[in-house]
Design a protein around this ligand. Structure first.
Ligand code: ADP
Length: 699
C-alpha cells in the first residue's frame, strides 16, 4: 500500500503545513512589533499611519492567494459586525464614543508612546483588546489579550461575563491583567503588582466598609461640617460613647437600633428604646432608628446603589443607573415594644426576609420583594416626587461618604503603588445601602466592599450582569501594554543589576502627573486650594488624560458623579478635600482611642471600687462571724482565755540593752553635733531664711 496516498498521511501533511504557516505569521507579527518599538526607542517620531500597520506597510513576503483571501474575509467580517475596532480605541477621547462610527478601513487602534517627555502616536491594528459591546457575542479566545483571574471570587457570573467580553481566564499565579477577588487582598499582593495589573479593591476602603470605621469617619466630618454631613442617623460607638448615648437617650424619647460593629446581613441587630439594657462593656454600634421611612405599598425598603471608583487621586466616582430596592416583608408600623422584635417589618435585608413566607418573587416591575431602581423611579414619578433632585441627593451622600475616607485612601494608594504610572492599580464596585425617609431624604446605612453578585432572581440577573459588563468595559485595563511594560521592567532590572552609571535614573511619572499645580492643590486641599476643574487639559496626552478619555467614552449605564459635571458643585466639594486632612483623621483616631482608654480605666476603677466594697462587706461579715463564734464559746473557756491574756501583760519586762551599743550611739550623736558646729549649718540656714524673708518683704 502506498502510504503517501493514504488519508492519514494527507492529514499529517495538512497539519504540518498549518503549523508552519502559523509560526511564520507569528514571526511576521513579532517583526512588526519589534520594528515599531525600535523606532520609538530610537526617538524617531512616527509618520502618521505609515508604520506599525501590517496592512499598509509593504509585506515582508509576497502574500499567498489563500492568505489574501483569508484576510479579505476577515476584513469583511469586521465591517459586517458594524462595530469598528477604532470605536473602542482608548485614545479617541470623549468626542469619539460609541456613537461615532468609523469607516472599516480606518479600523485601527491609535495610541501614544511616551519617551523622554515626547509623545509619539502609533497605530496598532494587531492590539484588538476591547471587547464587542454585545455581551452575548462570544469572542474567540485566540483573539483575546487581556486576562482576568476570578479564582478568588465565588460568583461564576464574573468569569462568564469576562469570557464573553474577550478576557481570558487565568490562575492567580499567571500574569493576569485583572484580579477579581471577593475579599480584601493582603498588602503583599498589592506590593507585587505589575504596572499593567489591576485589582478590584482599593487599599484602605475598609475605612468606609466597616460599620464602626464608617461611623467614626462620618462623625468626624459631622463635627467639622455640622450642616453638610447630616447624611447618616446619629451614631455612637459603644462602649467608648456609652455616656454620650445614655445622655442623648435621657433627653430624647427615641428608638435605637443596635448592630454588631462588624456584622452584616442583619445578624445580631435589635431595636430598643431603653439603652440601660445594654451592658457598659458591649461592643456595638448604636444608632437612632429612622422611624418614618418612605413606604411603598405599606412596606419599608432600602436602596442598593452600585458605585464604581476608578481612581482615588484624583477621585473619580461613577454610579450605576440601575440597582435594587429591597423590601421588608411585613407591613410597616412605627416601632413599639410590641413589634420591635419583628425583623421582617424593620429590617430590609434580603438574607433576613427571604426566610419569611411572605417573601414575594415577581418578574414584573411593580411587585416583588426585590425591585429595580428604575421601577422605584417610575413609582416616584407617579407620586409626583422630584426624581432628579432625589438622585442628586443620593449622589451627594455617596460623594461625602467616600470623601470622609479620602485622605486614607489616597495615602494608602500612593504607599502601595508608587510606580503604577500607566493605569490605575485598582477599581472597586461598592454597594451603598441607602434608606430614604418620608421626606425623601437619603441616609447612608452601610457600604459593602463586596456586594453580592448572586443571581437567584430575574431582577438580580437584569441588574448585576450589565453592571459587571459595564464595569469591565469602563476600567482602563486596555490602556496598558502588558508586553511593553514587562519589557521596560526587564530593562530596568537589567540596568539596576549592571549598575549602569552616568544617566540619571528616569523618574517614572505618576499617573496624575499631567495635572497642573493648582489642580493638584485643589485635589489635595492644599493651602492655596482653588475650586478648579480637576480634569486635565484635552491636549495633555498623559496616562491620566487617556484614562479619562477612555472612561468618558465607555460609561455604559454609569453616570459620573465625581468630579461632578457642574462646576459650582465641584467648588462645593473642594472644601471637604481641604478639611479632611490626615492630621484630623489621625487626631480623631487618637482621640477616640484615648476616649476608649479612659472609658476602660473608669470601668476598671469602678470595678475595683466595687470589689473593695465587696471585700469590706465580706471582711465585716468575717469579723461578725468571729464575734459570733467568740460569743458562742463556753463561758469557762472564755474566762480561761481572759486570764491567760492578763498574765501575759503582768509579766512584761523591757528587753536587754547592751552597753557597747549605747556607747556607739553616743559617739555618733557627738560626731553629728561636731559636724553641725564646724560646718556652721545652723547659721547658714538662719542667714538664708532671713534674706529670703527680707526679699519677700521688699517685693
Ligand atoms: P447589616 O450590615 O447587618 O445589613 P445594616 O446597617 O445594613 O446592617 O442594617 C440592616 C437593616 O436594618 C437595613 O437594611 C435597614 O432596613 C435597617 N436599619 C439599619 N439602620 C437603620 C436605622 N438607623 N433606621 C432604620 N432602619 C435601619
Amino acid at each position: 500500500m502506498n502510504l503517501k496516498n493514504s488519508k492519514f498521511f494527507k492529514r499529517i501533511q495538512e497539519l504540518r503545513h498549518f503549523s508552519k504557516e502559523k509560526i511564520r505569521k507569528d514571526r511576521e507579527k513579532r517583526t512588526h512589533v519589534v520594528r515599531a518599538l525600535d523606532m520609538a526607542l530610537n526617538e524617531q517620531p512616527c509618520l502618521d499611519r505609515e508604520w506599525f500597520s501590517p496592512e499598509q506597510s509593504p509585506p515582508l513576503q509576497p502574500m499567498s492567494p489563500r492568505r489574501r483571501m483569508k484576510k479579505t474575509r476577515c476584513l469583511k467580517r469586521r465591517a459586517a459586525a458594524g462595530k469598528q475596532v477604532g470605536d473602542n480605541s482608548p485614545y479617541y477621547g470623549p468626542s469619539s464614543g460609541e456613537n461615532s462610527p468609523m469607516p472599516a478601513d480606518e479600523a485601527k487602534l491609535q495610541g501614544f508612546i511616551q519617551l523622554n517627555n515626547k509623545t509619539y502616536r502609533v497605530e496598532c491594528p494587531t492590539r484588538v483588546l476591547n471587547p464587542p459591546m454585545n455581551v452575548d457575542e462570544e469572542r474567540p479566545a485566540s483573539e483575546t489579550k487581556s486576562t482576568i483571574c476570578v479564582s478568588n471570587s465565588r460568583y461564576a457570573m464574573i468569569g462568564k461575563i469576562s469570557k464573553t467580553l474577550g478576557y481570558k481566564l487565568v490562575k492567580e499565579s499567571k500574569m493576569w491583567n485583572i484580579l477579581w477577588s471577593d475579599s480584601f487582598p493582603g498588602v503583599e499582593l498589592f506590593k507585587n503588582m505589575k504596572r499593567f495589573q489591576q485589582i478590584n479593591h482599593f487599599p484602605g476602603m475598609i475605612e468606609i466598609c466597616r460599620k464602626d470605621l464608617l461611623s467614626r469617619n462620618l462623625n468626624r466630618m459631622l463635627k467639622i461640617f455640622p450642616q453638610d454631613y447630616k447624611i447618616f442617623p446619629k451614631t455612637w460607638m459603644l462602649p467608648a460613647d456609652y455616656g454620650d448615648a445614655m445622655n442623648y437617650a435621657l433627653n430624647h424619647k427615641r428608638t435605637f437600633i443596635l448592630k454588631p460593629d462588624s456584622g452584616a446581613q442583619g445578624r445580631g441587630i435589635w431595636l430598643t428604646n431603653d439603652l440601660k439594657t445594654i451592658g457598659p462593656h458591649e461592643r456595638l454600634i448604636c444608632q437612632t432608628y429612622i422611624n418614618r421611612p418612605l413606604l411603598i405599598d405599606g412596606y419599608k425598603f432600602d436602596l442598593r446603589v452600585y458605585t464604581l471608583i476608578t481612581s482615588v487621586d484624583p477621585l473619580r466616582i461613577f454610579v450605576y443607573n440601575e440597582g435594587l430596592a429591597r423590601f421588608a416583608t411585613n407591613k410597616y408600623v412605627e416601632p413599639t415594644p410590641g413589634n420591635a422584635n419583628d425583623l421582617y417589618m424593620h429590617l430590609t435585608n434580603y438574607s433576613v426576609n427571604k426566610r419569611n413566607s411572605h417573601y414575594e418573587l415577581c418578574d414584573n416591575d411593580d411587585c416583588g420583594s426585590k425591585r429595580k431602581l428604575s421601577a422605584i423611579n417610575t413609582w416616584m414619578r407617579r407620586h409626583n416626587y422630584d426624581v432628579e433632585e432625589f438622585w442628586s441627593n443620593v449622589d451627594d451622600v455617596i460623594i461625602k461618604t467616600v470623601l470622609s475616607a479620602w485622605p486614607v485612601l489616597k495615602h494608602n494608594y500612593h504607599a502601595c503603588f508608587p510606580g503604577h504610572d500607566k493605569i490605575q492599580a485598582c477599581f472597586e464596585i461598592l454597594g451603598f445601602d441607602i434608606l430614604v425617609d418620608w421626606k425623601l431624604k437619603p441616609y447612608i446605612l452601610e457600604v459593602n466592599h463586596s456586594p453580592s453578585f448572586h443571581t437567584n432572581e430575574q431582577v438580580d440577573r437584569e441588574v448585576k450582569r450589565p453592571l459587571i459588563r459595564d464595569t469591565l468595559n469602563l476600567v482602563s485595563t486596555v490602556l496598558a501594554d502588558k508586553r511593553q511594560i514587562l519589557k521596560e521592567d526587564r530593562k530596568r532590572v537589567k540596568q539596576r543589576l549592571l549598575k549602569i552609571r552616568g544617566d540619571p535614573p528616569v523618574q517614572r511619572p505618576r499617573l496624575g502627573g499631567g495635572t497642573s499645580k493648582p489642580k493638584i492643590d485643589a485635589q489635595k486641599g492644599g493651602p492655596d486650594a482653588q475650586p478648579v476643574d480637576v480634569e486635565p487639559e484635552a491636549e495633555d496626552h498623559g496616562p491620566l488624560a487617556q484614562q479619562i478619555a477612555w472612561e468618558e467614552s465607555h460609561l455604559g449605564n454609569f453616570r459620573k458623579i465625581m468630579p461632578p459635571p457642574d462646576l459650582s458643585k465641584l467648588d462645593y466639594y473642594t472644601r471637604f478635600y481641604a478639611q479632611s486632612n490626615q492630621v484630623s483623621i489621625f487626631a480623631e483616631t487618637a482621640a477616640s482611642k484615648k476616649r476608649e482608654d479612659l472609658a476602660r480605666k473608669m470601668r476598671i476603677q469602678i470595678e475595683e471600687k466595687k470589689a473593695k466594697q465587696q471585700q469590706m462587706l465580706n471582711g465585716n461579715a468575717k469579723r461578725d462571724a468571729r464575734k459570733r463564734h467568740t460569743v458562742l464559746l463556753p463561758r469557762a473557756v472564755r474566762e480561761r482565755n481572759r486570764m491567760n491574756l492578763f498574765r501575759l501583760r503582768e509579766n512584761w519586762s523591757p528587753g536587754f540593752i547592751s552597753d557597747a551599743e549605747e556607747r556607739l550611739r553616743h559617739t555618733w550623736l557627738h560626731m553629728r553635733a561636731e559636724a553641725i558646729r564646724t560646718l556652721k549649718i545652723t547659721e547658714n540656714i538662719l542667714v538664708r531664711r532671713s534674706t529670703a524673708i527680707s526679699t519677700k518683704l521688699d517685693s
